[in-house]
Ligand binder design. Sequence first.
Ligand code: NAI
Length: 699
Amino acid sequence: MTAEYKVHGDVAVITMNNPPVNGLGYSTRVGITDGLAKAIADDSVKSIIITGAGRAFSGGADIKEFGTSKAVAEPNLLSVILALEASPKPTIAAMHSVAMGGGLELALGCSYRICAPGTSIALPEVKLGLIPGAGGTMRLPRVLGVETALNMIVSGEPVKSELLAQQPGQKLFDKMASSAESLAEEALAYARSVADARPLPLVRNLPCKHPQGDAYFQFARNMVKGMAKNFPAPVKCVDQVENATKMKFDEGMTAEREIFTNLMLTPESRALRHLFVAERAASKIPDVPEDTPQRDIKSVAVIGAGTMGGGISMNFLNAGIPVKVLEMKQEALDKGLGIIRKNYESQVKRGKLKQDKYEQRMALLSTTLDYNDLKDADLAIEAVFEEMGVKQKVFEKLDEVMKPGAILASNTSTLDVNKIASFTKRPQDVVGLHFFSPANVMKLLEVVRGAKTGKDVMATVMTVGKKIKKTAVVSGVCDGFIGNRMIEQYSRQAGFLLDEGATPAQVDRAVEKFGFAMGPFRMGDLAGNDIGWAIRKRRAEERPNLLYSRTADKLCELGRFGQKTGAGWYDYKEGKRDAIPSDLVVKMIEDHRKELGITPRKISDEEIVQRLVFALVNEAAHILEEGIASKASDIDMVYITGYGFPMHRGGPMLYADQVGLFNVVQAMKRFQQNPRDDAKFWEPAPLLARLAADGKTFN
Ligand code: NAI
């Protein structure tokens, strides 16, 4: 049982105790209803408090039960709330720390609510593509007014209890406790003060009206529609709160249930719930126990103050961790420091950062040209040129100067981390920390685990990732790790599509319509087409027989590296980022087709999306089978947080699951028949073929 029952004189106290946030799982729900029944049956009990142990009143649904029959088993949350409403004795929710989702709905079913200041109050269901499903849409507007409630329901964002308590006429809290520490005592006193109050108040009996309802809801719906883009739930929140103002209470409850149940079945909600669980799962490494001792990271050294070094440093400064940056020359240091400063100053100008915070952060930053100055750092991150020879020199030097136990990390995007580790006498301390550009903005951090990387090093860097607010995903060692290894296949398909008849603008449009933030060609222009060019040249030596379209190389031979050179796949007006389709590039592609003797064909948007996305999926299946990624959901996290994959699709693997792996395999077999494509690549990866044959899914 994850709820405790105690009697203090004439007051019964039911304490939810289901760490970490008292999720309302099956046994907690049973604990509450059992406690309630006991309290009602006990003549000496006059009133009943419900509260939460530890760090929360309740965070809502228990994520461990997501998608299982336990989540809906009786007593379900609706039944628990009905039981509370039916209690002949006053029930008092004593809220503190966190009262969210089902937790808040539970409190709204009690006769009274007492709350500690600093409590985060929210109905965050919309973030999972849902609306509140246990009366939240019906009761919150009754206690906070329609507008405040709708704002909270549609945004899902938490609001502090003391702010809500100030709202005139609010009925969410009957009393604010003076502090979290005194809540228990004040709740007991309050419970005694209402012991004889009759009739007992019920939120459902309060009125729910908006004086200009029709106009208000139309306005709200228009606003929300524009912002919600690919997600149906936010507009449904508006619909349902409107229902709350127009329907009788029980009718409104039925409507809420119906909308909730329908949303539950949408692919968008499935995607958001998948990502919610995937994010938490990514931080767990199967063979690294959670209690693995970790190293203390109090200061960081960054080698190289270029594009990546600067952004990487900012992550640590933002988290209050001192950083020392090393470069080869003073000018490079000055330039790097200047960029960091400019970045922060622009944040200050835009009101995103306070001046004093900016100064505090800059005060944590120091620079050096001398490796000896790095020796006390707990973690060194190398971000120098992408050449093995340069990396070798840096790591030999780090091995020489760094104190024992320091972690030595490389930000390499393609090089062999095991080889880099072999340049040191402490390969157990070496790990890849692959940040994405711009490193101070992008959420993804690929943690590359070398063959000899210590478990304590892995545990430590995962914690560091969390501290600097990244989504850390573990990858094994291979060329490109998880993300870039997959993107190579996606880029190859984009190239073949040009050869066969598509234009860059058509490919980008199709992919952007699917939901990607940016199509492959606009992306190339933004990142710099020369980066891919350099990588292709290296790979051409390693894999001379690899088929790929030559168009990207031809573009680079024209010096069209993208936005930075004012021209790439698209033309750009000076100082502007708008991509203008380029006649010159289209002609270049047409000439290339002629050279190859290809008659262009009309290619559908559907084919474009399938070839690009299924190319990711097939490579990912190899990655999974080789153990480079330990679970499919990790791959989804990489693509959502690092590659602009549409969130409402849940990542490439969940998307493939939803399309059906059988259908994915069928499409691949069709692509194998295309003489211009790489038939060998489209051979479904063995894992994918097995899952499809067994009717199974990746996730
Ligand atoms: P960059 O060329 O902007 O910066 C490299 C910096 O390292 C330069 O300032 C250079 O002076 C310095 N440097 C070179 N050799 C050095 C040495 N021996 N000691 C100290 N400093 C030295 O390069 P960028 O783009 O920052 O890339 C750095 C690393 O990050 C590379 O390994 C790259 O593959 C990786 N990376 C790059 C990404 C990108 O989008 N630019 C994304 C993810 C990883």
